[in-house]
Design a protein around this ligand. Structure first.
Ligand SMILES: Nc1nc2c(ncn2[C@@H]2O[C@H](COP(=O)(O)OP(=O)(O)OP(=O)(O)O)[C@@H](O)[C@H]2O)c(=O)[nH]1
Ligand SMILES: [Mg+2]
Length: 217
C-alpha cells in the first residue's frame, strides 16, 4: 500500500509557492501572508496597516474566505486593488488557489501584497504561499495558552502580532505565560503588541513592515 499523499500535496504546493515567489520578486512585490484564528482581528489589523501605508506604498489585497466577500469589501473601501478567493469550505489558502488571484492584481503597480488567510489556527501553517513573510495575529480573548496548544502555527511564522491588548484589563490573560510559550517555540520571534481597533502599537508594526518592504528592493 502506498500512502504518502499529504507529502505529495505539500511538495506540489511548495513548488507552486516557489513559482509565485519568483513572480512576486520579478515584479518587485513584497508579499505577506496574514494568518489567525477566526475573529482574532486580521482584517482590522490589515485595515489599520493599509491606512497607515497608503501614502508610502502601493498595496494590493487578497482575501481568502470560505464563503463571503465581507472583508474584501472593507479593504476595497480604502481604494486599493482587491481580489477575492472563496475557498468553498476549505480551511486554508494554498499556492494553487493564490496563483490566479495574484494574476488578477496589477503587480507592476504594487509594492506590497497583503494576503488574508482563512481564519484557522491549524491548517494554514502547512501551506506555503510564496509570500516573503508569514504573519500570525494572536488576540487576547483567545487565551494565553494558544502557543502551547497550537505549536505548529507559532513555530512557522516570521512575525507575531498580539492584538486586542485593550482587553487585557477585562480578560484573564497572563502575558508572561503567553510570551514564554512563544519563546520556547520561536526564541527570537519579532512580536508587536497592538490594539488594531484603537490604534495602539500599530505604528511600530507598520514602520517595521515598511522597512522589510524597502529591504527587499
Ligand atoms: N477590543 C478589540 N476588538 C477588536 C480589535 N481588533 C479587532 N477587534 C474586533 O474583533 C472582531 C473581529 O475582527 P476582524 O478584524 O473581523 O477579525 P478577523 O480575524 O479578520 O475575522 P475573520 O476574517 O472572520 O476570521 C471585530 O468585532 C473587531 O471589531 C482590538 O484591537 N480590540
Ligand atoms: Mg477577516
Amino acid at each position: 500500500m502506498n500512502i504518502p499523499v499529504v507529502e505529495q500535496i505539500l511538495f506540489a504546493n511548495n513548488t507552486l509557492a516557489e513559482d509565485l515567489r519568483r513572480k512576486l520578486d520579478a515584479a518587485g512585490v513584497f508579499g505577506i501572508n496574514v494568518m489567525a484564528s477566526p475573529g482574532a482581528g486580521k482584517t482590522t489589523v490589515i485595515t489599520g496597516t493599509v491606512e497607515r501605508l497608503l501614502n508610502r506604498l502601493k498595496i494590493g489585497y487578497v482575501d481568502g474566505d470560505i464563503a463571503t466577500s465581507i472583508d474584501a469589501e472593507r479593504i476595497a473601501a480604502l481604494d486599493v486593488p482587491v481580489v477575492q478567493i472563496n475557498t468553498g469550505g476549505n480551511c486554508h489558502l494554498d499556492a494553487n488557489m493564490l496563483a490566479p488571484a495574484v494574476d488578477k492584481l496589477p503587480l507592476d503597480d504594487i509594492d506590497l501584497m497583503i494576503v488574508e488567510n482563512v481564519g484557522n489556527l491549524i491548517c494554514p501553517a502547512n501551506f506555503q504561499l510564496g509570500t516573503h513573510i508569514n504573519v500570525l495575529v494572536a488576540s487576547v480573548p483567545e487565551g494565553d495558552d494558544k502557543p502551547y496548544k497550537y505549536p505548529t502555527m507559532y513555530r512557522g511564522v516570521d512575525v507575531l502580532i498580539l492584538n486586542k491588548v485593550d482587553l487585557l484589563p477585562y480578560i484573564p490573560f497572563d502575558v508572561e505565560r503567553f510570551k514564554h510559550g512563544v519563546r520556547v517555540l520561536s526564541p527570537n520571534l519579532k512580536t508587536f503588541e497592538v490594539s488594531s481597533l484603537h490604534g495602539d502599537g500599530m505604528d511600530a508594526w507598520v514602520d517595521w513592515l515598511a522597512e522589510q518592504v524597502a529591504g527587499e528592493r
